[in-house]
Design a protein around this ligand. Structure first.
Ligand SMILES: [Zn+2]
Length: 392
């Protein structure tokens, strides 16, 4: 193993190597080679399954494991990134420039920087402890998280399960800290459910409304009924569930025509009081009650693969919190806020927590992270490894 992986700048160099691969979903452009090369030198067995599905781009993935004993600690993440976007970057998004202590580039925060820290921490741990630690370490890295997420973590987990792989705990390196490294661990995520509501009327002339049936007042009535009462009051680890309308569409260009239909789309971010099924039933109940016999409607609930989930704050969460406290002096908040992530799939295999870099600039122009944070996150992950695999 090259000694430079134990040097203080190993994480920075790996992050730069990753950023220099313009791996905008579903492209890889060598990003997984960077991960594979680092892990192969450390003795990991590497597998590179490519998953395919009609209608979706084939996507490369990586699974690596060192050791066959339990417990098995998994580091998970994605090497794909969102496009650079329309804005003018001060530094090329795929150059990995370091200016005034900040590393710039698409994926610096989300989440090539996090992957670089996982790799650097693992290599440093193995230099210190050698390969005979009591357990195993695995990496689940996908190239399809920012895109459709069809040929990524879901299939990689199924593939690993079919091979008989068993995992005990997982750290997903998404950028969980809003502004400062050490502020926030995610121990769960809200679920997401999208609904499309259509109110049916009968088209006609505005001057002869008794010959038509205007769907717009009915849509307003149903929409109001959906948000009239809160869905819940929040739970021990979650905020209250929230329903937001994202669009209301009639699309009627004429001023003298009563339209035939009116549509609205909404999305609910829901907590662990609900499943997608129970929430769908409550939404239908509210709509039917408001509609009575007066409003004809149809509701299309989009199939959801994003349930709410919670990783019980137990010994593993404590272990990670303690590593963060030791390096940063901060006690991380245990949060379930934010959008969905691949943790929603991993949670079916083992308890998963998310902790990574500061996400302030993720998906933005001039995405960047502090080089000092790369080094501190590496130190945190290394502490996690040492605490997870104690010297007997
Ligand atoms: Zn991400």
């Amino acid at each position: 193993m090259p000694a430079d992986h134990h040097a203080p700048h190993a994480a920075l160099r790996l992050a730069q190597d990753l950023i220099r691969c313009p791996s905008v979903t579903p492209e890889d452009r060598g990003a997984l080679d960077v991960v594979a090369d680092a892990l192969r030198q450390a003795g990991f067995t590497i597998e590179r399954p490519v998953f395919a599905e009609p209608g979706f781009p084939d996507t490369p993935n990586l699974f690596a494991r060192l050791g066959d004993r339990s417990p098995c600690l998994v580091f998970a993440g994605h090497t794909d990134v969102v496009p650079a976007g329309e804005g003018a970057w001060r530094h090329d998004p795929f150059e990995g420039a370091v200016v005034d202590g900040m590393l710039y580039g698409r994926g610096a925060a989300d989440m090539k920087g996090g992957i670089a820290c996982m790799l650097a921490a693992t290599l440093a741990f193995l230099v210190d402890r050698g390969p005979d630690f009591p357990g195993s370490i695995a990496f689940l890295i996908t190239g399809d998280e920012e895109g459709p997420a069809v040929n990524g973590t879901v299939k990689l987990l199924d593939w690993a399960r079919a091979r008989g792989e068993r995992f005990d705990h997982c750290v997903l390196g998404e950028p969980t800290n809003p502004g400062r490294l050490g502020e926030m661990i995610k121990i769960g995520r809200r679920g997401s459910l999208t609904g499309k509501l259509t109110v049916l009327g009968r088209q006609g002339h505005v001057a002869y409304p008794y010959k038509a049936e205007n769907p717009i007042p009915g849509l307003l009535r149903l929409a109001s009924a959906l948000v009239a009462e809160p869905l819940d009051g929040g739970t021990a680890h979650f905020d209250a569930s929230n329903l937001e309308f994202t669009t209301i569409d009639v699309g009627n260009p004429a001023t003298n025509v009563i339209p035939a239909t009116a549509r609205a789309t909404f999305n609910v971010r829901f907590n662990d009081d609900w499943t997608a099924e129970s929430l769908g039933a409550e939404i239908r109940r509210r709509l039917e009650q408001a509609a009575g016999n007066a409003v004809r409607f149809s509701l299309d609930l989009q199939p959801s693969n994003a349930p709410a989930f919670l990783t019980r704050p137990d010994g593993f969460v404590d272990l990670v919190s303690e590593a963060i406290r030791a390096e940063t002096g901060l006690t991380p908040v245990l949060s379930t806020t934010g959008g969905t992530s691949d943790a929603r799939f991993i949670k079916d295999f083992c308890p998963v927590i998310e902790f990574g870099l500061v996400g302030e600039t993720m998906h933005q122009t001039d995405e960047c992270v502090a080089v000092a944070d790369l080094e501190r996150l590496t130190a945190i992950y290394e502490r996690v490894l040492k605490a997870y695999f104690p010297v007997s």
